[in-house]
Ligand binder design. Structure first.
Ligand code: SF4
Length: 316
């Protein structure tokens, strides 16, 4: 059980991380897991954290941060395993909410068919649910679930949760090259997200840190752009998490900087790029220069040209 940060998070701003599960107890052992292989596969909920003690430590840490003038936007349950395995999660969230700071939970959604898990998550202000594949076989190959889990039940549970949840719901889909990054699967995932979850935002991520299975590869920029297009065509507000901490919210007069900031968050359609250039009184030569310098790339997808940020080590 640990508290870490605050760390800057593109999704949550300045986030104080709270770990309520012992190291690597999870219901999945995802091929891309950046924490490493799961040490104990589990689906039975147990009391892992002591909410009173953990919340007291968080409150103490918050008073220290007040003294140093550091801001905390979210208290985020982001453990080295699956947070909903903790039977004390609901009480922990209620105690954390006493601080007045919004509370977020990042979950793999595997236990969401259980009513008590949904009830616990309803307490959170912000919830992210994982949806890597709609096809059961792909779900098994990517997330490598505990054998007792049923994919159909999870999808129904997610739908039920989304119907009643009053907070900010997000989804996260991790793309693994050659597995779930093809258009057929992504269209199924996008349709499910759009029709059954209607999240505030869907995040598409790629494995940017060493994965649990060494053969896992990051999809290329073209594939990420295609995934983004497939999601947005379903009317989903989508962002990509490709390892950049670019700041799309920075107000700048420099069109090049603005395009780099936005493409750090998601690929940009050529008409949007032209609009930025027009607003800033610039012309397409600046974008040609970025392409020539190898900082962004032009990608054709469907009827549109997209601009995608080129990922380089050191820029992450
Ligand atoms: S659900 Fe999260 S913690 Fe569990 S194996 Fe997958 S990536 Fe790792």
């Amino acid at each position: 059980m640990s508290i870490f940060g605050p760390v800057p998070s593109r999704r949550l701003g300045s986030s104080l991380g709270i770990n309520n599960i012992p190291y690597k107890i999870c219901s999945y052992t995802c091929v891309y897991c950046q924490i490493g292989p799961t040490l104990r596969m589990e689906t039975q909920r147990q009391h892992y954290s002591d909410p009173e003690e953990l919340a007291a430590r968080v409150k103490k840490r918050l008073s220290q941060l007040v003294e140093t003038g550091e801001r905390v936007d979210y208290l985020t349950i982001v453990p080295d395993g699956e947070p909903t395995l903790d039977l004390a999660l609901e009480e922990l969230l209620l105690r954390l909410k006493e601080t007045g700071i919004p509370v977020a939970v990042i979950s793999n959604a595997s236990l969401i068919s259980k009513a008590d898990v949904r009830r616990a998550l309803y307490v959170a202000d912000w919830v992210s649910l994982k949806i890597d594949a709609l096809t059961e076989n792909l779900w098994k190959r990517i997330d490598r679930p505990h054998p007792s889990l049923d994919h159909g039940d999870i999808l129904v549970g997610m739908e039920e949760f989304a119907r009643s949840y009053k907070g900010t719901l997000c989804s996260e889909t991790m793309l693994v090259k050659g597995l779930n990054d093809g258009p057929a699967e992504l269209e199924k995932v996008a349709r499910f997200i759009s029709s059954s979850l209607s999240p505030s935002k869907a995040y598409i991520s790629v494995p940017t840190r060493p994965p649990a299975a060494s053969w896992v590869q990051m999809p290329d920029a073209e594939t990420v752009a295609a995934a983004y297009a497939i999601f947005t065509e379903q009317g989903i507000d989508t962002e990509t998490l490709t390892g950049y901490e670019g700041n799309a919210f920075v107000v700048t007069d420099d069109p090049v900087e603005e395009i780099l900031n936005i493409t750090a968050v998601h690929p940009m359609r050529s008409d949007a790029v032209k609009e930025v250039l027009r607003r800033k009184g610039s012309d397409e030569k600046s974008i040609d220069r970025l392409v020539a310098e190898g900082r962004i790339r032009r990608v054709q997808y469907g009827n549109w040209v997209y601009y995608v940020r080129v990922m380089k080590e050191g820029e992450r």
